[in-house]
Design a binder for this molecule. Structure first.
Ligand code: DGJ
Length: 716
């Protein structure tokens, strides 16, 4: 059945040691930094040295926390599996029945396989559990479980959680909250005895959704401090938890959050969980780098470089006038935009956001000759063309809702509360699926389009059909629909948007090229959103637009340098009524776009670095090429520094043994500012070894608040 017990999986700087006990479900006995080659005797000793001991008040034969901690192992925390058969079979006890180690099961002194499939059965409960564990090439550990109903009655599933044991010294929890326009606000807690839970019940991950639940050594930062984190790759409801128990140990878990009665597994049928990913690092950057590696692998391979997007939303909103849209295209092309995005407002009767979602036909009143004249003009200026849709939604005031009220997700006869004057369609209904597929296929097939911005602007509350919850099915159908469209229109890129960043998870990221991280383009707010969304999202997928000087969402005014400097580390866009920009602004914007283009190959492929600068008023972020030949860092002075200067900035991640030419490459007036000229390395550049840059660093120039310095490092 198995070649090696314990089994050592290794890949991408990560080790996982799994023990297969004679009773109960196998247990992860170690996961984290690579342990190197371990002979069988060492692995056995690793397990023995950490054998749980009998303690007064505990069961007589305590077991290590298993992959599915259950009361039948003596576990007293939240069980890995909750469910029943109409009140029976409430407490299963599984026995290992098969292990499939994939190609080349681990043998003494060799690197083990990077995946294993474990099967456990409980004849009395009539259940079979199949757990897949893999280490991805970037060193993420991922788990997915399938629960089979081998009995003769239906099994009602409450929850099925993927668990990872957590070392006792990782006592500081970091998770995220937020809201529309202020996504990803970090919050830290001490993990004491008890269960710390973050639930996403909005039918999408949510602006307040914690992309990750992290636990680390107290004070862990981006550069250092042991940290572990879990993410649920699922765009519906989710649960993340960390639980410290008095007797059994500590776990960190992730799961799809199921609605009551949502998953009734019929006899002979099964339910499969989403992938739950776990990462580790000495510092958050290392942990995030594993996610970036995975997203880069799973996202569709791109042929070219990501274009600079000109999105006309904040320029025109719902006022679609061909002359103005053409003028925007002309100016956009002049400043260097490469893709023109026609946002909301092009379809039947959509004159404001209170109507028409679902009626995906070009509005003949606004567009008497269709979209083609604009598309032709844009293409004539050498740009690609993209268009906005919100496929899952239907306005209360729409032809679609009037014709098919039964297509709306609802708890029973009653409709859920209206949000943003709209409801959510039930994609698990084949008729709905066919209608939306036909409309989107028509849109992409009968126009010369390169890009689709896929929006999702309200929560999915009370998602049911015929009185039963169907969020799980609906979510899978959304994935299927995107996959089908992508197959039919492989050249079309998709932007993932949900009122900004309210739907970010590894499944949606695998199907999209860009994520609009927030509707708030005010750089002061946005700097934080981008930094923390970047724990999951690689820089080249982070949609960052340069907006007008006065932010449309906060009213705050900021300089072009600050707006562009903050947007630089991303998939760049412009969302600004350029017909109102001054000649000077257009010239500066052109310089910023050119700077971005000349470095985007590096920005979009390198390793993201954040320094834990002592003064939080200065945000230091950068991208270092994988071969460490070059790097770009931005020094963003968010507010005024605590001291007269923000102090010494260390530049980690470069080759310590190489020498680097250091140049400030900020375009625009920032460089001409009085304060900078006093620092020789800023005005004339310098050359320093990577080791010196990492350890000694560079004195940050005195920068006024809300300015950014862009610094390039090139190996000499
Ligand atoms: C919300 C998005 O986040 C915006 O960028 C814009 O596309 C609007 N929806 C359009 O309704």
């Amino acid at each position: 059945m198995r070649a090696c017990n314990p089994l050592h999986l290794r890949q991408g700087g990560t080790s996982v040691v799994i023990e297969f006990p004679t009773v109960g479900v196998p247990a992860i006995r170690y996961w984290g930094p690579d342990l190197g080659v371990l002979i069988a005797a060492d692995l056995a000793s690793l397990v023995e040295a950490n054998r749980p001991q009998h303690r007064v008040g505990d069961v007589d034969e305590p077991r290590a926390v298993s992959l599915l901690p259950l009361p039948s192992d003596g576990w007293t925390g939240a069980p890995g599996l909750e469910g029943d058969r109409q009140g029976l079979a409430f407490s299963p006890a599984f026995t290992l029945t098969a292990v499939d180690g994939g190609p080349g099961v681990s043998v003494e002194g060799e690197v083990g396989p990077a995946s294993v499939v474990i099967r456990c059965d409980d004849a009395e409960s009539g259940l079979r559990l199949v757990v897949e564990i893999e280490i991805t090439r970037s060193g993420l550990v991922r788990q997915r479980m399938q629960l089979h109903n081998l009995g003769s009655s239906s099994y009602s599933l409450g929850s099925l959680r993927a668990s990872f044991p957590l070392a006792d010294d990782l006592t500081e929890v970091l998770d995220f909250t937020g809201r529309w326009m202020r996504e990803r606000v970090p919050q830290r807690h001490t993990l004491t005895v008890g269960r710390h839970v973050r639930e996403g019940r909005r039918g999408r991950p949510g602006a307040d959704g914690s992309l990750l639940l992290l636990a680390g050594a107290p004070g862990f930062g981006f550069e250092r401090g042991q940290v572990r984190g879990v993410h649920v790759a699922w765009s519906g409801n989710h649960e993340l938890a960390a639980e410290r128990t008095v007797l059994g140990g500590t776990v960190i878990t992730g799961a799809e959050l199921l609605l009551p009665g949502e998953i009734a597994i019929a006899a002979g049928d099964s339910y499969r969980t989403p992938w739950v990913y776990a990462s580790h690092g000495d510092g958050l950057d290392e942990l995030a780098g594993r996610f970036h590696g995975q997203v880069r692998e799973s996202a569709r391979a791109r042929s070219g470089e990501r274009p600079v997007v000109l999105n006309v939303w904040e320029a025109v909103y719902f006022e679609h006038r061909l002359d103005k849209l053409v003028e925007l295209a002309d100016i956009g092309a002049e400043v260097g935009a490469e893709l023109y995005m026609l946002d909301d407002g092009w379809f039947l009767g959509r004159r404001d956001d209170r109507r028409a979602l679902g009626d995906w036909y070009v509005d003949p009143e606004v567009w008497p000759e269709g979209l083609d004249p604009l598309i032709r003009h844009v293409k004539g200026r050498g740009m690609g063309f993209g268009i906005w849709v919100e496929p899952e939604m239907v306005s209360v005031d729409s032809e679609l809702a009037r014709a098919h009220p039964d297509w709306i997700l609802r708890p029973g006869d009653r409709l859920p509360p209206v949000g943003k004057w709209q409801h959510v369609l039930d994609f698990s209904n084949p008729e709905v699926y066919a209608y939306i597929l036909e409309r989107l296929d028509w849109l992409l097939g009968s126009h010369d389009l390169d890009y689709l911005k896929w929006d999702h602007n309200r929560d999915v509350l009370e998602p049911g059909r015929g009185g039963r919850a169907v969020l799980h099915e609906h979510t899978l159908a959304v994935y299927r629909l995107i996959d089908e469209l992508r197959e039919r229109h492989p050249h079309v890129d998709i932007e993932n948007c949900a009122s900004g960043g309210a739907r970010i998870d590894l499944e949606i990221l695998a199907r999209t090229e860009r994520t609009w991280t927030s509707d708030c383009a005010d750089p002061l707010e946005r700097a934080m959103t981008q930094k923390y969304t970047g724990l999951l999202l690689p820089i080249e997928m982070s949609g960052n637009d340069i907006s007008a000087s006065a932010s449309h969402t906060t009213g705050r005014t900021s300089s072009l340098d600050f707006r562009a400097g903050v947007a630089l580390l991303g998939y760049l866009g412009i969302q600004w009524d350029l017909t109102r920009a001054t000649e000077v602004e257009l010239a500066e914007l052109t310089e910023w776009v050119a700077l971005y283009k000349s470095h985007r190959r590096l920005l979009h492929s390198g390793r993201a670095v954040n320094t834990d600068h002592a003064d939080p008023s200065l945000m230091v972020r950068g991208v270092v090429a994988h071969d460490r030949s070059e790097a770009i860092f931005t020094l963003a002075q968010l507010t005024s520094a605590l001291a007269p200067s923000a102090g010494r900035v260390r530049v980690p991640g470069l080759d310590p043994d190489a020498r680097y030419r250091v140049d400030v490459v900020t375009p625009g007036p920032a460089l001409r500012s009085r304060a900078y000229t006093e620092m020789p390395w800023v005005t004339s550049g310098t050359t320093l070894p990577g080791r010196v840059l990492a350890q000694s660093g560079l004195e940050a120039p005195v920068i006024d608040p809300e300015q950014v310095l862009v610094v390039r490092f090139s190996r000499v």
